[in-house]
Design a protein. Structure first.
Length: 188
């Protein structure tokens, strides 16, 4: 979901051993190091590279925004049943308003002028819980703009968070659940 603005000054699985990875989904989706150093460039996704788009640097504020949404999503498990996974039912505002507040609240573009922010999410269990499944869904199955966000030439930064567990109550007791949140931004 895109967010635009002007600045001035989304059941923990005990069997999921991948919880320590900073961005398991982004590592596969975007060919990034599993634990990038702050400020280190993140290699562009094959989809971005094929379009001649630039690499996206890892941004700690965007990662903090992704992590806060991931934490709330796993704790509350509101995804599924036609609910918008970008819109926390315990927080006021539309999904776009909430995405913008998460990104700006984490400090992204604090000293910049205009900015854009985007968020993509994925939740799966069993054979559909892997980063590869998330990336395949974002790029090849979803009709909700996920591929367009990944391929968006205007974004300049990326942040991501992932953890074992389901953000959807239907997957809470399923094995090998995984939840992924990736944020993209441009600070002008």
């Amino acid at each position: 979901m895109p967010v635009r603005g002007r600045g001035g000054s989304s059941h923990e699985n005990p069997h999921a051993t991948r919880t320590a990875v900073v961005s398991f989904a982004a590592a596969v989706a975007l060919s990034v190091p599993l634990v990038p150093a702050a400020g280190a460039p993140i290699a562009a996704a094959p989809a971005r590279a094929r379009l001649g788009l630039s690499q996206l640097p890892f941004n700690s504020e965007l990662t903090a925004a992704a992590r806060s949404h991931l934490d709330a999503s796993l704790a509350q498990k509101w995804w599924g049943n036609g609910r918008n996974p970008h819109q926390n039912p315990q927080v006021s505002g539309s999904a776009n308003d909430q995405i913008g507040r998460r990104i700006r609240g984490a400090g992204y573009c604090a000293n910049g002028g205009s900015w854009n922010g985007y968020e993509i999410v994925y939740n799966g269990w069993g054979g559909a819980s892997t980063p590869k499944a998330a990336v395949n869904w974002w790029l090849n199955i979803s009709t909700q703009g996920h591929a367009e966000i990944i391929r968006n030439a205007s974004v300049t930064d990326i942040g991501a968070a992932s953890r074992g567990g389901a953000a959807d109550r239907a997957g809470a007791n399923q094995s090998q659940a995984g939840t992924y949140v990736v944020t993209f931004g441009r600070c002008g």
